[in-house]
Design a protein around this ligand. Structure first.
Ligand SMILES: Cc1ncc(COP(=O)(O)O)c(C=O)c1O
Length: 415
């Protein structure tokens, strides 16, 4: 019998083809389907659920909010919850890092934050062209997709031409610095460069952190030329790699930081840009959006920041868990990879590149059979990506990694 999903949903549906279960409930790192089967979730809403499904602290906040008649929709008007959110982000994120930035709330998707960042950069510099990176992914709106090198091959997408992608840099060389130098001084489609946009640790590109020395060079060269540095922290930010921002310790010191996905703490739609105060040259109302004020998300986000970012405990915990993941991935690579697998990542944004599209898909499918949810990413979809909630319990992490090892063994045995 044909299901309502098959009858009603557009052919564009994607994840449900890989994971054809009907989800019913979820908690922490676990999702339960309507037949009562429990899955460990190492995908975490594509990074939107770093604080776990239905985090109990944040659910309580949300229920209290809904029951007491507080505003849900508020555009960019003042609300009690937005004030609390601003206080929390200042106290726990900006001040401890000596960052003098303002918050621009935008419509609820990461792509909207990227759009706003690009428009502001163009406004500041008067230059439209953008430099990005191979493997970069910034969203599906027209301009965000145009600067997503990982999308550029898609036949159906039209693309703006004022964009150039530099190669990903794992270990910086003189040639990389030379190319950066020349590109930033070039014109594209008759336009000078206004902005460079980088995911300091790439997500869709294959869990790839950039060399921090290269990030420093970007800052230095862009400061010299007045080019705006945009860090897309939509996937890698908000603690995913350990520190709040994935570029911390690198001297990238971005002018604009795009944030979304896990910032509400509860998987609610929310996106914003942090903008260096002296670059906040918008005119009132110049960038708009009906759903800029998800007041419920402000409430849960403030609670998430108060709960997890007033101490270093979570950051340290993520580091410990990431060492566990790296250790197991290294073991898996040496047992099954015969020198052909590459382990990559930063914090709990990790990947096992098996350099083979079919094998990666086979591993993800075998993992699903074992009730572990993982996706593939990277050029050619050859990397199995691990994105567990950063608050995952250690025994759940161990169990998920065991299932992954079994899945790799199965997929390798039938090649
Ligand atoms: C780094 C990065 N930027 C931007 C986006 C786009 O976010 P959204 O899907 O909310 O538009 C994504 C989504 O995966 C992302 O990973």
């Amino acid at each position: 019998m044909i299901t309502p999903f098959e009858e009603m949903e557009s052919n564009v549906r994607y994840y449900s083809r890989k994971w054809p279960a009907v989800w019913a409930t979820s908690s922490g790192a676990t999702i339960i389907d309507e037949d009562g089967n429990e899955y460990l979730d190492f995908f975490a809403g594509a990074g939107a659920l770093s604080y776990g499904h239905n985090n109990p602290v944040l659910v309580d906040i949300a229920i209290e909010h809904l029951r007491s008649g507080k505003l849900l929709h508020s555009l960019d008007t003042f609300t009690v919850e937005k004030r609390h959110f601003f206080e929390a982000i200042k106290q726990h994120v900006l001040e401890p890092r000596s960052m003098d930035m303002v918050v621009q709330t935008v419509g609820p998707t990461g792509a909207t934050a990227v759009e706003a960042a690009l428009q502001l950069a163009q406004r500041i510099t008067g230059n439209r062209a953008v430099v990005g990176f191979a493997g970069g992914y910034h969203g599906m709106s027209y301009r965000a997709a145009s600067i997503s090198a990982s999308m550029a091959g898609r036949e159906t997408s039209a693309h703006l031409k004022d964009f150039v992608a530099l190669p990903y840099v794992q270990h910086v060389t003189d040639a990389d610095l030379e190319l950066l130098h020349t590109t930033l001084r070039s014109t594209i489609d008759g336009q000078a460069i206004g902005a460079i946009i980088i995911e300091p640790t790439q997500g869709e590109g294959g869990a790839r952190p950039f060399d921090t020395l290269y990030l420093r060079a970007i800052r230095e060269q862009c400061s010299e030329l007045g080019i705006v540095v945009i860090a897309d922290e939509v996937q890698a930010g908000v603690g995913r790699t350990g520190p709040f921002f994935s570029f911390e310790g690198s001297a990238l010191d971005p002018d604009i930081i795009c944030i979304s996905k896990s910032i509400s703490g509860l998987g609610l739609p929310m996106a914003l840009n942090l903008v260096r105060r002296n670059l906040d040259t918008w005119n009132p109302g110049e960038f708009s959006g009906t759903f800029r004020g998800n007041n419920l998300a402000f409430a849960t986000s403030a609670a998430m920041l108060d709960t997890y970012w007033s101490t270093l405990d979570l950051e340290k915990g993520t580091e410990v868990r990431s060492l566990t993941v790296r250790g197991v991935l290294d073991d898996i690579a040496s047992t099954f990879g015969q020198g052909n697998f590459t382990v990559r990542g930063n914090g709990l944004l990790c990947g096992l590149d098996v350099h083979d599209t079919e094998l990666a898909a086979g591993i993800a499918a075998a993992a699903f059979e074992r009730r572990l949810i993982v996706e593939t990413c990277g050029a050619g979809d050859t990397t199995v990506k691990l994105l567990p909630p950063i608050v995952i319990e250690e025994d759940e992490l161990d169990e998920g990694l065991k299932r992954l090892g079994d899945a790799v063994a199965q997929a390798c045995s039938i090649r």
